[in-house]
Write a protein that binds this ligand. Structure first.
Ligand code: FAD
Length: 429
């Protein structure tokens, strides 16, 4: 079993990052903007800033897309992490509608960039299904359908259990909610295409270089890295679930939580078609949800928050065993199928499960996508870049007063407790 992201093996052989790498070359002495992290956030911001005429250096500790951006499920989903009812209960109808529209705009931006930059990343409007784990969850889908239509002018349709085989090859669920607007993407091809697009616009990307600290100095910042210093007018932290001590402020606001995926061996065509006949993105209605999809080479990718904490090789192996049991409970026909890949990655949660961008102690940031960031990271990266470039924009997700989480300094000691709480809720609800 390969313990790395399946998506990396879908990149053209031998070219994973090679031609994009500037490793070992000298860092430029200065740049208008230094961006920390080469995932969707950092690269979308870099591309946007370069288009506005700024000189931009992206500094990445590992390789392009090394973080969540090459490891995710590639589900480009409508809406925010918070469901429609929670959005309305938390923010009221008008603001909830604005936030939902922002999520739709984020998909529009992703689609526009893929088209403008001709990024070959298997993007398609596949739609998604949400599967009811319990009969009561399907009843709640009716309310959600009504709310989505009334408040958000967004149409979804429901499929009762007795007809769900036309959407999913499983009887484990109690009916489905189907949303045609969502999409599927190959995440590693997308992040690589975004990097290539940024480079075409004049962005420099230094990989294998970690930012260790940023210090204010007249007119800007002194950015300290493992390969020397760079002076910058502005700095953007785009480090999300991989934020470290280089940004103590963000470390106190983003909680890194592991999410894990296994990928089967390529399945027979008939078997893959039976699992998800319309190749939709899928997830279920539990708090500790499973998410799954098929790939162009007919593997099933099956993911979940099987371990509650940061990812390590040990948690990845334990999670793989848990996910395999989960997968065969949903699709018993896969019991004898080989698992070719297992990997994990960190998602960044915020206390209220809302993403954000803004300025903390005069340093820009964007992140906190709570596992819902393929489109939103692209979008918020662009939005914060527009602000850095001097556009007089305000945005509902800009937050310069993003409060630190009390008693939290970057070590999420409370995660096992939170995990246990949600497991009990899944059992009770
Ligand atoms: C297993 C998994 C499944 C997911 N599935 C989905 C999905 O299906 N749909 C969806 O919408 N979202 C999903 N997500 C979330 C999505 O992948 C993320 O929200 C998104 O990739 C975040 O992009 P980013 O650029 O902000 O951060 P990242 O891609 O994580 O990039 C941050 C980068 O910062 C670098 N870095 C950190 N500190 C430093 C430093 N000091 N110096 C230099 N570099 C540094 C890291 O090396 C890393 O490469 C998933 C995430 C995971 C982990």
């Amino acid at each position: 079993m390969n313990e790395y992201s399946y998506w990396l093996d879908t990149l053209p052989a031998g070219t994973q990052n090679v031609e994009l790498r500037t490793q070992n070359s000298d860092l430029p002495p200065r740049a208008d903007v230094v961006i920390v992290g080469a995932g969707y956030t950092g690269l979308a911001a870099a591309r946007q800033l370069a288009r506005a005429g700024a000189s931009v250096l992206v500094v990445e500790r590992e390789q392009i897309g090394w973080g969540a951006s090459s490891r995710n499920g590639g589900q480009v989903l409508t809406g925010m992490k918070l469901d429609a009812a929670t959005l309305v209960a938390t923010f009221g109808e008008a603001k909830a509608r604005t936030l939902f529209d922002i999520a739709s705009a984020s998909i529009d931006r992703l689609e526009a960039i893929v088209a403008e930059e001709s990024i070959d990343c298997e993007y398609e409007r596949s739609g998604h299904i949400q599967a009811a784990w319990k009969p009561s969850h399907f009843k709640a889908f009716h309310d959600e359908q009504t709310l989505l239509a009334r408040v958000f002018h967004h149409q979804v349709h429901l499929v009762p259990r007795e007809e769900q085989r036309r959407e999913i090859g499983s009887d484990r669920y109690h009916g489905l909610l189907v949303d045609e607007r969502s999409g599927a993407i190959n995440p590693a091809q997308y992040v690589r295409g975004l990097a290539a697009a940024a480079i075409r616009r004049g962005v420099s990307i230094a990989t294998g270089v970690g930012v260790t600290a940023v210090q204010r100095q007249p007119g800007g910042w002194r950015v300290q890295t493992t390969k020397g210093e760079v002076l910058a007018r502005d700095v953007l932290f785009a480090t999300n679930g991989y934020t470290n001590g280089a940004s103590p402020a963000l470390q106190r606001r983003f909680v890194p939580i592991g999410s894990y995926i296994i990928a089967t061996e390529p399945l027979d065509e008939s078997q893959a078609v039976a699992l998800l006949p319309k190749r939709r993105m899928a997830f279920d209605s539990k708090n500790f949800l499973y998410y799954f999809r098929t790939t162009t080479d007919r593997r099933l990718l099956f993911g979940g928050r099987a371990e509650f904490g940061r990812t390590t090789p040990d948690t990845t192996r334990r999670a793989a065993a848990i996910l395999r049991r989960g997968m065969t409970s949903i699709f018993p026909g896969l019991a004898a199928v080989r698992i070719d890949y297992a990997w994990g990655g960190n998602v960044a949660f915020t206390r209220d499960q809302m993403p954000r961008a803004g300025r903390l102690d005069d340093v820009y940031y964007a992140g906190g996508y709570c596992g819902h960031g393929v489109a939103m990271a692209t979008y918020l990266g662009e939005q914060i870049a527009r602000r850095i470039a001097g556009e007089p924009i305000d945005h509902p997700l800009f937050d310069d007063r993003f409060a630190a989480i009390p008693l939290y300094t970057g070590n999420p000691w409370f995660l096992p407790l939170v995990g246990a709480y949600y497991q009990v809720r899944d059992w009770l609800q």
